[in-house]
Design a protein around this ligand. Structure first.
Ligand code: ATP
Ligand code: MG
Length: 296
């Protein structure tokens, strides 16, 4: 990183720390909502009926092989849903379809009760409020935690231009809120490349959260984490429930147990469709599920 960028970053961090110390702190009201939403020139999703996401008979074929086979699935607004299932069940393909990376051959996908996602591009879908976390963390290693969040907040990848311009108070408040959520407030000035694997994963989740997505898709988020990091990730996701809808794909049953706490629903995918749905204890007792997945 060049000295001028480092200096600009240090200045912003100092301004941020000053605000934390209460120096020149203004009222937090006003403009908050407006600053959260990113502008999209299409009408947004409607969650009034309690539906966050609805897949209707979605089919995806790769050279004749059906990775998704008439998959139907519904997620409630504010729900935290875990999706499990054997390798090749279609879990990642499902996320690819929701985010517009893969176009289904048949079926429909709605965000909220009416917004047809198949009419939108991948970029528009992200702007509409669907954030996706891939397995491998992709943070800017040379930049600080704070600067990584700042770039994500602006949704602009031109590092130099972004780091030279100033953040307004609402934006600084949002960064502070997210740093608190991901428990990384004391790491704000740290170079991201020096973080542990778990911390990089949290930072990347923070980079999604600054944009306040309505729906978060998380594909194997605790792969490679220590037990303690896994536990903290479960706490983080549980704290996001309600304000965000979350779809978490995971093979780690201990993590799924921590997330569902005996009362949240789990969906089991197999061969591109829903094999079972219910409490973790119920699907663990389901003979079909044991046969294709848990009993291996
Ligand atoms: N681009 C592609 N081209 C061809 N086949 C693909 C493609 N993407 C996925 N598949 C196939 O579709 C099936 C579903 O893959 P997918 O990655 O969705 O499974 P998954 O449930 O995420 O598995 P895992 O638990 O291993 O991550 C697999 O058989 C896979 O090989
Ligand atoms: Mg996968």
């Amino acid at each position: 990183m060049t000295p001028d960028l480092m200096e600009a970053g240090a200045r912003r961090l100092a301004a941020y720390r000053e605000r934390q110390a209460g120096v020149g702190r203004q009222t937090e009201s006003g403009g908050r909502q407006a600053a959260y939403g990113r502008l999209v020139d299409v009408s947004g999703p409607d969650f009034a009926h309690g539906v966050a996401l609805y897949l209707e008979e979605v089919t995806v074929s790769f050279d004749g092989f059906k990775a998704l086979n008439a998959l139907s699935l519904s997620i409630d607004h504010g729900e935290l849903r875990c999706i499990i299932g054997p390798n090749g069940a279609g879990k990642t393909t499902m996320m690819d379809c929701i985010t517009g990376k893969t176009r289904p051959d048949a079926g429909r996908i709605f965000f909220g009760s009416t917004l047809d996602l198949l009419r939108h591009t991948e970029t528009e879908i992200a702007q509409l409020g669907i954030g996706r976390k891939f397995q491998k963390p992709t943070v800017y290693e040379a930049l600080s935690v704070f600067e990584n969040l700042e770039l994500a907040l602006r949704g602009d990848r031109r590092v130099r231009a972004v780091l030279r311009s100033r953040l307004d108070g609402t934006q600084l408040d949002r960064l502070d809120e997210v740093l608190t959520l991901i428990h990384m407030k004391d790491q704000a000035g740290r170079t991201a490349g020096l973080l542990s694997h778990g911390q990089k994963q949290w930072l990347e989740i923070g980079m999604l959260l600054v944009q306040d997505p309505k729906l978060l898709l998380l594909d194997e988020p605790v792969a490679g984490m220590t037990d303690e990091e896994t536990e903290r990730t479960a706490e983080l996701f549980l704290s996001l429930e309600g304000r965000h809808s979350l779809v978490v794909v995971e093979h780690d049953m201990h993590f799924v147990d921590q997330l569902t706490q005996g009362r949240r629903k789990v969906t089991v995918l197999h061969e591109g469709g829903v094999l079972a749905e219910g409490l973790l204890s119920e699907v663990q007792d389901n003979e079909k599920v044991v046969e294709v997945y848990l009993g291996r």
